[in-house]
Design a protein around this ligand. Sequence first.
Ligand code: F6R
Length: 586
Amino acid sequence: MCSIIAYLGLSPAAPIIVKGLKRMEYRGYDSVGVATFSNNQILVRKGVGKVLEVNKIAKLDELSGTVGIGHTRWATHGGVTETNAHPHPSSAGEIAIVHNGIIQNHEELKKELQQKGYMFKSQTDSEVISNLLQYHYDKVKEIKKAVLATVSELKGDYAFAAVFEDGTLAAARLHEPLIIGIGKDGYFISSDVLGFVEHTDEVIYLDNKEFVIINNSGIKVFDFDAKPVQHKITKVSKEFADAYKGDYAHFTLKEISEQPATIPNASNSTRLELDLATDFVKHAKTLYITGSGTSYNAALIAKFLFSKYAKIKIEPIISSEVQFSPNMFEQQSILIALSQSGESADVLEAVKIAKDAGAKIISIVNMMTSSLVHLSSISIGLNCGPEIGVAATKSFTSQLTVLYKIVDKICGNCIGLDLNKVSESITKILSDHSGIQEIARKLKDISDIYVLGRGIHYPIASEASLKLKELTYIHAEGLPGGELKHGPLALMDSNTYVIMINPNDSTYSDTLTSAQEIKARGAKIIGISDKPSDVYDYWVEIPQVDESVYPIIEIVPVQLLAYYAALEKDTDPDYPRNLAKSVTVK
Ligand code: F6R
């Protein structure tokens, strides 16, 4: 979603800011802008579109000055317009801000400020921050006091950065991430380490309810009670440097291709936590698992694994639905929260509800510096490196791997999980893309595709359809095989394509029967299986593996298919329209 970057140092700020915004593009956005402090005034340029497009027209990177702030906006309050794009100057133009999150009480604040003579141009909630800062600054003439007074009035979840007319930067956070980079010749503030990682790997993670003031004499951090805070400088992992595409055409392809390496790596940096989590799960009174989107599909897989191998009941629940199931959690409940980013607002909300009811939280998360980790009793790292492509790929198979590891531990190694074999099988699938590319060409002009699976393969069918939707914009639906005759069969005709997730296990013959029924209605069948069949118009071969681990490998060909179909349709696989990598608003 929205990204913040700010810089104060010896170099021209605008080019650094524009580059940082470009690097954070994966988070999803619709407009972009930069403000710098130069010659005792604040200069603002912004526009609608991608960073490079807007930069070409508005010359964002030519703004003068060595202090500045920048933003990519994903519209929530107010349409996608240049006026609504950030930065937002105060009506006097002496302060400009960029903001992530939502200011819940913006309407009341706006009214009060308008009555005091402050003017508003945009329809955003964010603009109240600049005018509120200006109002307090006009009164107290001190930045620290103005920030404190401002944050005491704002309600909602937010991170903002502000540039003042004397060239000072200030930034504050409440439930939205903000990270400070300490460079050799300057300071950075960003919502994402990727915003500045090429300049420095030394960072300070601001805690919730803290703010920072940076000027030429240095950096000071305070909490919302005005107390100074001392933070240790941490070194971010060099893995962030891997967040470049290298020789790959797209991040999505790179991340799909990394899976033979990322799967054996899952949870390796958090082995102790894995043991602890296993213990927690064994002793839970009631056990729940939650996530959104792809992470929820992984939660559905967990249900099958826990009941079949660990003989434990676990209830999956979509994170955004938790609020509608009051009294679900109790003391000694355990909630496992799955999230790549650790910043999905729906997941954080679900976790807060569970915690308030006395439940303990185990998170399985990729971004170990995220808000979710702070809210959890135990966090297990996916350890799969930055995932930049908006569609989750390698994080999904790493989530599955961690869940398999937990279950295998509980059942005394009854799965006998051999990750090297899993990894070799995926390498085989990835060794030749030509068959999948050929099928992708057929999908170019179709409007509907169904993915069918039974048992544990049904959540994989749902995940496969999510990938197809996101990357190709084709209507895709995951179906449980047994439900076909209860309705969906009416949709099957010669314009339809159906992917059958059909490994050679206990679901095989029933799924094959469904394929025959569908084929009889004229639909084209794509079979994903280790066993060929005449019923398939296209057979995507997967290696034969132990029955228990088919789900981890069978999703990979569909990830590739969705990627290549996106290329055929000329959509951008890394940044699907209307979507954001990290959905930090509800
Ligand atoms: C699907 C996708 C989204 C995310 C969802 C949860 O490809 O990327 O559905 O899975 O927004 O995100 P995290 O896992 O970061 O909480």
